[in-house]
Write a protein that binds this ligand. Structure first.
Ligand code: HEM
Length: 600
């Protein structure tokens, strides 16, 4: 069966709508003319209808805006300020938004609009509302107070569908509840506090980093963390690791020693290919989201996710198929495991999913969603954490001292140890504040609503039904009016000293790296445990960390002109970029010094 590309399907729908409009206009005009005994040549009717189309479109927009203004006034509210672009349809603003993904710093463009219009404004792309907000009360409304009025929405399903399918990230209502219910037991406290899996893979990380440093080369820490989180996630979720850490780590672009593909095992190559495809899919859907409803026009010749998704599917499907076959051969797999483990839950996500369905598509979608959730987010946070530690020696030393005091130089930490590592938690939270793994997110309203005005002297804001709202925790968590004058600085003590009471505890909704409300991250505790575990093992072994800037490919380094920018952008040593999650462009190349036994 031929599958239409998104662009052809989009144009087909447009053509069908336009044909309907033309035929209605034609027969309508002919009927009116007949009733008046006037005869019109066919071509004049059709030409008239074609010329009238943009005029009618414009009239519709004017009428819609007028009725929204009137409705807002009736409710004692006002419209969200509209950004005024220089080109019709605010196409120049769309370009700024797309350019900021390709060439800019997260929030570029949007920060300027925030200065001009305040923390909530309407990008109004192609005459369609797209609200952007960084206001905690608005984000609280989206995620908690008005949860039932804000959905991911049909436009989101279509934009993300070719990658996320109907998984937990791309569903609402009963489908979302179904995914959430079958996934939740996997994150029960006793499961996420079983550190055997973390220990196995963290030991491999430390060993392989040492080997590479001993060869005289830095390591791309981001790449190592993506492998670590892929291995731990697959071990935790499916019961067997894909062993991405066993592949040879990449060498820097300027190294005399190069990556030799033939040295890699087949499974390592497959894991590398999967990682590439996985990132590519996320990049493509992030661009689609920024192009609003026009995105199919960029995919007329082909669905850009097709090739990378083929690779992703070829990786996941055998895992799913094997699980289905196991289930067929051993129908009571979950019960068998329950009996075997005598109280200790060793069932994997797949085991739980198989209790509810053996539909390969549902299984694949769910697994892919959880892999995106579980791999890139923690890898991103650990990467930015090491970046910050490499720039703040005092923080690194204090964190290491805490680890050595509470856990010691060699011992494997347990759950109680991690609870005692208060400074560690502050370092992770401060990393998540400045570099949240999911910096931007989006929802769509179902019914009209009213939000408080960021400026209390002005009337509240009116949101029409069916409005897309993008919210950014990245921008909110750097706001000086919410976090104090030093909001742009990395200072973990703000989660421990009087600033905690003054800012965060006064309003919990100013810090939302894991979201909030019914859709709050299911893996939050797992993520804290995994990240803390990895940091303990790293800092037990290494006492110094520094960036190797020469190893970043020149085209991936932060542009020189950034030094004239406001805020952290001016001082970034690596380029933070984003698809669905935040990452370091070109990798995070670091050197580490092994701790002497005396130091430990
Ligand atoms: C630092 C690490 C992490 C961060 C910052 C993070 C952040 C988030 C955020 C912001 C969401 C909301 C997404 C949305 O509604 O659009 C989310 C949802 C979710 N996360 Fe995490 N996450 C992290 C780690 C993990 C891990 C390790 C797992 C699992 C292994 C996980 C599983 C999930 C799931 C299943 C959801 C979907 C919840 C739903 O829609 O009901 N997360 N996470």
């Amino acid at each position: 069966m031929t599958v239409l590309t998104p662009g052809v399907a989009f144009l087909g729908r447009g053509f069908a709508c336009f044909s309907m409009y033309l035929s209605t206009a034609y027969y309508g005009t002919v009927k009116i003319a007949e009733s008046q005994d006037v005869s019109l040549p066919t071509w004049t009717v059709i030409a008239g209808a074609v010329v009238a189309a943009p005029v009618l479109g414009r009239l519709y927009v004017v009428y819609r805006n007028y009725s929204r203004r009137r409705r807002a006034a009736q409710l004692g509210a006002r419209l969200v300020p509209k950004c005024q672009g220089k080109v019709p349809g605010n196409l120049d603003i769309m370009k700024i938004s797309l350019d900021s993904i390709a060439f800019g710093y997260p929030g570029d463009g949007l920060n300027q609009f925030a200065e001009e219009y305040g923390p909530c404004y309407d990008l109004y792309l192609m005459h369609t509302e797209l609200f952007v907000t960084t206001q905690p009360e608005h984000i609280k409304a989206i995620l908690a107070n008005e949860f039932h009025n804000f959905q991911k929405g049909p436009k989101f399903y279509v934009t993300m569908g070719s990658v996320l399918g109907t998984g937990v990230f791309n569903s609402d209502g009963d489908m979302w509840k179904f995914h959430r219910t079958i996934t939740r037991p996997v994150f029960a406290r006793e499961r996420v506090s079983d550190f055997d899996i973390f220990d196995r893979h963290a030991a491999q990380v430390v060993l392989k980093i040492k080997e590479r440093l001993n060869e005289g080369y830095p390591v791309d820490f981001q790449d190592v963390m993506l492998r670590f989180t892929l291995d731990t996630a697959t071990d935790f979720l499916f019961g067997s690791s894909v062993d991405a850490l066993s592949a040879g780590f990449s060498y820097p672009h300027n190294a005399s020693r190069r990556n030799v593909e033939s040295e890699q095992s087949a499974s390592a190559k497959a894991a590398d290919e999967f990682s590439w495809a996985f990132a590519k899919c996320q990049e493509i859907i992030a661009v689609r989201e920024r192009m609003s409803w026009m995105w199919p026009l960029a995919e007329i010749r082909r669905d850009l996710t097709e090739v990378p998704m083929k690779i992703v599917k070829s990786y996941i499907e055998p895992i799913v198929q094997a699980a289905i076959e196991r289930k067929r051969g051993e129908p009571n797999i979950v019960q068998v495991k329950e009996e075997k483990s005598a109280g200790q839950d060793d069932k994997t996500l797949l085991d739980y999913l198989l209790q509810s369905t053996t539909d390969p598509t549902v299984l694949r979608d769910e697994i892919l969603n959880i892999m995106i959730a579980g791999r890139d987010t923690t890898a991103s946070t650990l990467t930015w954490c090491i970046y910050l530690l490499s720039q703040h020696r005092n923080v690194l030393e204090r964190l290491r001292a805490e680890i050595l005091e509470k856990v010691g130089p060699m011992r494997r930490p347990d759950f109680d140890d991690l609870k005692e590592l208060k400074y560690m938690r502050a370092v992770i939270n401060e990393t998540l504040r400045l570099y949240p793994a999911v910096p931007f997110n989006v929802r769509e309203s179902i019914n009209e609503t009213i939000w408080p005005s960021p400026d209390p002297s002005l009337p509240p804001l009116y949101l029409p039904p069916g409005t897309k709202v993008a919210y950014s925790v990245f921008m909110m968590q750097r706001r000086k009016d919410l976090w104090g004058p030093d909001a742009e600085e990395f200072d973990p003590d703000r989660f421990l000293d009087e600033r905690l009471q003054k800012y965060h505890l006064k309003n919990h909704f100013i810090f939302l790296p894991f979201n909030a409300g019914p859709r709050i991250c299911l893996g939050q505790q797992y993520a804290y445990n995994q990240m803390s575990y990895m940091l303990v093992r790293l800092l037990q072994t290494f006492s110094e960390m520094s960036l190797d800037l020469a190893s970043i490919p020149p085209e991936a380094a932060p542009p020189a002109f950034w030094t004239n920018s406001p805020g952290r952008k001016a001082t970034e040593k690596v380029w933070p970029k984003l698809h669905l999650t935040l990452y370091a462009n070109g990798g995070l190349w670091v050197n580490m010094r092994e701790a002497e036994l005396m130091e430990a």
